[in-house]
Design a protein around this ligand. Structure first.
Ligand SMILES: Nc1ncnc2c1ncn2[C@@H]1O[C@H](COP(=O)(O)OP(=O)(O)O)[C@@H](O)[C@H]1O
Ligand SMILES: [Mg+2]
Length: 443
């Protein structure tokens, strides 16, 4: 039965003439007649008036809403479902998932679009967290109008996707015909916002280079939500939008071992659980390194966790972890290549210093720069998530990144500078409070 036929049946059942129902629903008789004969589509507000006048619960409103949605699809809206597949084994990150849930379910009335920025070093699992959460949200019935996923290709200079191209792709993805995509970037952004208006869409902007790159891509209406991943803290973004930041660090000990176990299977892991733990530590509990190590074991049947852990004892060997075309070192290269010359030099200097704790004063001496300059450069490196700020004067460096920096230093700075840095590092340093170190890094 069509909407019109159903409406007529209900009206007749109540013994009402067209004119009488028209008075009750506050629409004119001609309009009512056209709807009853299916010559005109009912609006949701008209259907709600019918529900009230005919005591029909939500019968008519529900049908009208469905008809409207179908018509909207016919008018060119293509419901995008661009999320990449999630992995079967996702471990840990409960805090991150919960924080993203809260962002979505914030009960404060707000007209702002929720924006979350997941950031951290290469390979730490930013994309994996964003995608895992997005699938869960969709599975729970959110973002029913679609999900858009864009790889922004940051942060290496020259590779970052330009907003004008990305907006072109996004517009086509939601069904805007190519000849209706405006040429100008601001017009594209405005068209995109118009298309998204009133819809529940999730936009995942993966691997953003900087705030300018993503600002124009943000939807304007509150039914949408945005999750950005970036190796940078995206300075300047907060002046443009309200965004919550989720910094990601390496996995916890048990989670790291669990990730290896999930990927190599219980039988192999049970053969030597201690070796799995050692291997997890040698991978710095960095998800990318853990996954590569696990894949290595699985693809080379003869490899046990113990053999691989032994092979990875020299830090330099860890950088060469690779499977297929994914190489750990290459993941770090993209962050390193995005640095300006001075920051890159400072990064290499850090590779020559012993230990994971970085002291701004020692570093200034080793690099031969003023303390102000050293502090500035260390802040830059922390902004790129290549080191992590501990307090005003101290930073921490992930083991694998330190091995990487040391390798770069060996390659590009020569032995003379190396000897020089070691001499400076041996200078007496004011004592520091070791309790300030996070427990996971003092082991
Ligand atoms: N929590 C996790 N559980 C399982 N696998 C993970 C997890 N986090 C990351 N990975 C895996 O580690 C690798 C690197 O993660 P990815 O999200 O690409 O890092 P990033 O985006 O920070 O560079 C991927 O293969 C990913 O599937
Ligand atoms: Mg990523």
């Amino acid at each position: 039965m069509t909407f019109g036929q159903l409406l007529r049946a209900h009206r007749k059942q109540r013994g009402l003439s067209l004119a009488q129902l028209a008075v009750r629903v506050h629409f004119n008789r001609g309009h009512l007649s056209k709807i009853e004969t299916d010559k005109r589509p009912p609006s949701v507000s008209f259907a709600e008036a019918c529900d009230r006048a005919l005591n029909a619960g939500h019968t008519f409103a529900t049908i009208a809403a469905a008809l409207e949605a179908a018509a909207r699809r016919q008018q060119g809206w293509v419901q995008p479902a661009q999320l990449p597949a999630t992995k079967r084994h996702f471990v840990g990150r409960q805090d991150g998932l919960d924080r993203l849930d809260r962002l979505l379910e914030s009960h404060e009335p707000s007209l702002a679009v929720p924006v979350a920025v997941v950031n951290g070093p290469p390979g730490v699992g930013k994309t994996a967290l964003a995608v895992q959460w997005a699938h869960r949200a969709v599975n729970d019935g959110h973002f029913a109008d679609g999900q858009l996923f864009v790889n922004l290709e940051g942060p290496e200079p020259g590779t970052a996707a330009s907003p004008v191209d990305v907006l072109g792709d996004l517009l086509r993805a939601v069904g805007v015909p190519a000849d209706r995509v405006p040429a100008d970037v601001d017009q594209r952004a405005a068209t995109f916002r118009s298309y998204l208006h009133g819809r529940e869409i999730l936009l995942v902007l993966d691997n953003a280079a900087d705030a300018q790159q993503i600002y124009r891509l943000l939807p304007g209406s509150p039914g949408c939500a945005v999750v950005v991943t970036s190796r940078s803290r995206l300075p300047g973004l907060l002046s443009m939008v309200d965004a919550v930041t989720l910094p990601l660090a390496e996995l916890r000990r048990s989670e790291a071992a669990q990730l290896i176990r999930a990927n190599i299977g219980d039988a192999r892991a049970d053969a030597d659980p201690a070796a799995v733990s050692v291997l997890a530590e040698r991978c710095g509990r960095l998800p990318l390194a853990l996954v590569l190590a696990a894949e290595h074991i699985v693809s080379h049947q003869h490899h046990s966790a113990e053999v691989l852990a032994a092979e990875l004892k020299p830090e330099r060997a860890r950088l060469n972890l690779a499977e297929g075309d994914v190489v750990l070192r290459t993941a770090f290269d993209t962050s390193y290549k995005a640095l300006d010359e001075e920051s890159a030099r400072m990064f290499r200097v850090l590779g020559r210093l012993p230990g994971r704790l970085i002291d701004a004063v020692v570093t200034a001496a080793s690099a031969g720069v003023s303390q102000d300059e050293a502090s500035h450069l260390l802040r830059e490196l922390a902004g790129a998530h290549l080191i992590r700020r501990q307090d005003e004067r101290h930073y921490l460096m992930h083991d694998l990144l330190r091995a990487y920096a040391a390798d770069l230093a060996r390659q590009s700075d020569g032995e003379a500078e190396h000897a020089d840095a070691v001499r400076h590092a041996a200078l007496p340093v004011p004592a520091m409070n070791s309790t300030a170190l996070p427990s996971l890094l003092v082991a």
